[in-house]
Design a binder for this molecule. Structure first.
Ligand SMILES: Nc1ncnc2c1ncn2[C@@H]1O[C@H](COP(=O)(O)OP(=O)(O)OP(=O)(O)O)[C@@H](O)[C@H]1O
Length: 576
């Protein structure tokens, strides 16, 4: 909560103005029964029409003052609450961007989305309501009690009896409901996860005819959300009647004993009317509490969830000085020295004792069965994770001495899954190289074998690709991702099975073009044909190096490699 309060502090000026205006409303509210008392005792009882007119006009003017104070209060409260929501959302987004991969994977994506949307809205609403009415409610309670004592202490005592009981009762309710609303927000997370997964996998669901099954899964999650929300709200439903019972008993006592005092002359009729009026306001404020408790409990749960993100560990601050100067070219551009690695939270090694070197300008193919650790090699090279054991050198410098930003400028990465952003083709290509000219873009597209396809679109490079590039084929998306990486002209290119969707002819043409680029390349592939085009092949088996050498060398020395070659040759024969 402390962190969120830090954000609120930035709006102390508009919030203070709003609170000041709210105090004006409050004072008018508390003055009304006093004025009523005056009108009854000095006007009605004394049959003085002038006094009735005078105090009646004052009452009207005060009501107008409260009306305008309320309008201006809404403006300032709205301004502060909207800006708070903006600040929280952007801070959360920036924080998530700064996460290390380990921290990022700790939070389900849908939960991050809920926290940046729904949770922020909960806090925004409560902040607005606090400045408008929430803080007024306890003040009305305190103010009404003080005024009642001021008018007639012995009658006011009847009101005081119930208040401590109600306060303790409400404290216990808040404690319980915060827990229940945290559970509700978790259910919202779950629903968001399901929606996200389903919309992404809509083709698969249709193809497998699993719409009904997914529908019933969603129904179950939606039912649990409804169930938990009702449970949390039910708690609130108990509060209202209990508050009303206690306060109505107090009101009856005031009326009963008040009537006695009026008849014996110990109190005036106006006093009794004013105290009854304060009691009604007190009751109204207490019943507002149940609503406030609900909003507050929900917002507290949301604030805690946001705080979890804001205080989560981000990438360790790098103490390495930024090295703008191009690093001296070394013959061995990449070197893995006895590298072992297991993902955080697991004990099984994804890579074990990996050693290999890649020379400048060389193209190395990385092969191996699925799960053998190929992509993990790239994850380590990109410094998404630190090695558990061993060392990695890029251009002779240990990557622990590379600033992540500098290293990633040096590496062009084409991920396994082609990801495109909503925008035009040109925007997608320029995404990693903002200074690229139109000629640069076209050249990269030609090299990536995508230029001809792009020119066939009516708007060519200005064609918009939908969410994740839905209007492009798998192969087109892969080539666009490759074009995006080579447009940055990095000295090292990493391809993670990025040509899997290409036909043999297009892929051959692609490598012919890419081979003219002077970059060093690491190419993860499943295809012997692609591997044959590389200078050397690194064959992984269950996280270890099974073989490393040229195609010919491996044919002679590695039974695993020969087996893969034979099986793919047979597959091709079968295809013919
Ligand atoms: N984020 C992660 N957390 C825990 N384990 C992981 C994670 N990513 C991968 N692994 C595990 O590490 C091992 C190597 O995975 P990796 O993705 O490197 O394999 P791969 O050879 O690239 O497979 P594929 O060809 O299917 O892409 C696998 O056993 C995998 O389950």
């Amino acid at each position: 909560m402390k962190t969120i309060i830090g954000f609120i502090k930035a709006y102390k000026v508009p919030a203070s103005i709003a609170l000041l205006l709210m105090l004006i409303e409050l004072m008018v509210e508390l003055a009304q029964p006093l004025l009523i008392r005056k009108i009854i005792d000095e006007g009605i009882v004394e049959s003085d029409i002038h006094t009735i007119w005078f105090w009646g006009t004052i009452m009207l003017l005060l009501a107008l003052l409260a009306f305008f104070a309320g309008i201006i209060n809404s403006f300032f409260s709205g301004y502060a609450a909207q800006n708070l929501a903006f600040d929280l959302r952007t801070a959360l987004f920036r924080k998530v961007q700064s996460f290390s991969m380990t921290t990022f994977l700790r939070f389900p994506t849908a939960s991050l989305i809920t926290r940046m949307t729904n949770d922020v809205t909960q806090v925004q609403q409560v902040f607005f309501m606090s400045l408008r009415v929430m803080l007024r409610t306890p003040l009305v309670v305190i103010g009404s009690l003080i005024m009642a004592f001021y008018i007639n202490p012995s009658l006011a005592l009847y009101l005081v009896v119930g208040v401590p009981f109600l306060l303790i009762f409400m404290y216990l309710m808040v404690k319980k409901s915060i827990k229940q609303f945290s559970a509700v927000q978790k259910r919202v997370d779950r629903i968001n996860t399901m929606i996200q997964e389903n919309l992404q996998a809509i083709r698969l669901i249709k193809a497998y005819f699993r719409g009904k099954y997914e529908g019933s899964r969603f129904e179950k999650a939606a039912f649990l959300l409804k169930h938990d929300t009702s449970k949390a709200l039910r708690l609130m439903e108990y509060i209202q009647p209990i508050l009303l019972i206690v306060m109505n008993i107090a009101l009856l006592a005031v009326l009963w004993f008040g009537a006695g005092k009026v008849s014996t002359g110990q109190a005036k009729i106006g006093d009794l009317a004013a105290i009854v009026n304060y009691t009604m306001r007190l009751t109204g404020s207490f019943s507002m509490f149940s609503f406030i408790i609900m909003l507050f409990s929900r917002a507290k749960a949301s604030a805690d969830r946001m705080e979890e993100i804001l205080l989560a560990e981000d990438m360790p601050k790098e103490k390495i000085p930024y090295n703008d100067v191009l690093i001296e070219d070394k013959d061995d551009v990449i070197e893995f020295k006895n590298v072992s690695f297991h993902y955080p939270g697991t004990t099984t090694y994804a890579l074990q004792n990996i050693s290999f070197t890649c020379r400048k300008g060389e193209k190395i193919a990385i092969m191996g069965a699925t799960g053998s650790g190929k992509s993990t090699i790239f994850q380590l090279l990109l410094k998404f994770y630190d090695c558990s054991e061993g060392e990695i050198f890029v251009n002779g410098r240990n990557i622990t001495d590379w600033k992540a930003e500098e290293l990633r400028q040096y590496l062009g990465y084409v991920p396994q899954q082609s990801l495109l952003f909503t925008g035009t083709i040109a925007e997608n290509m320029r995404w990693g190289a903002t200074a690229a000219t139109e000629e640069d873009i076209e050249k990269a597209a030609v090299q990536a074998q995508i230029h001809t396809s792009i020119t066939r679109f009516p708007n060519k490079y200005q064609t918009r690709v939908g969410q994740k590039g839905v209007n492009l084929s798998g192969g087109q998306k892969q080539r666009l991702s490759i074009a995006r990486a080579i447009l940055r002209k990095p000295p090292i290119l990493l391809f993670d099975d990025s040509t899997s969707a290409l036909d043999v002819k297009t892929e051959a043409a692609l490598w012919e073009e890419l081979d003219t680029i002077s970059a060093t390349m690491l190419v993860i592939t499943q295809k012997i044909q692609t591997a044959k085009g590389a200078n050397r092949i690194l064959l992984l088996d269950n996280g270890t190096v099974a073989a490393f050498g040229t195609h010919q060398e491996l044919l002679g020395s590695s039974t695993l490699y020969s087996k893969i070659v034979r099986s793919q040759a047979e597959g091709e024969k079968y295809n013919d």
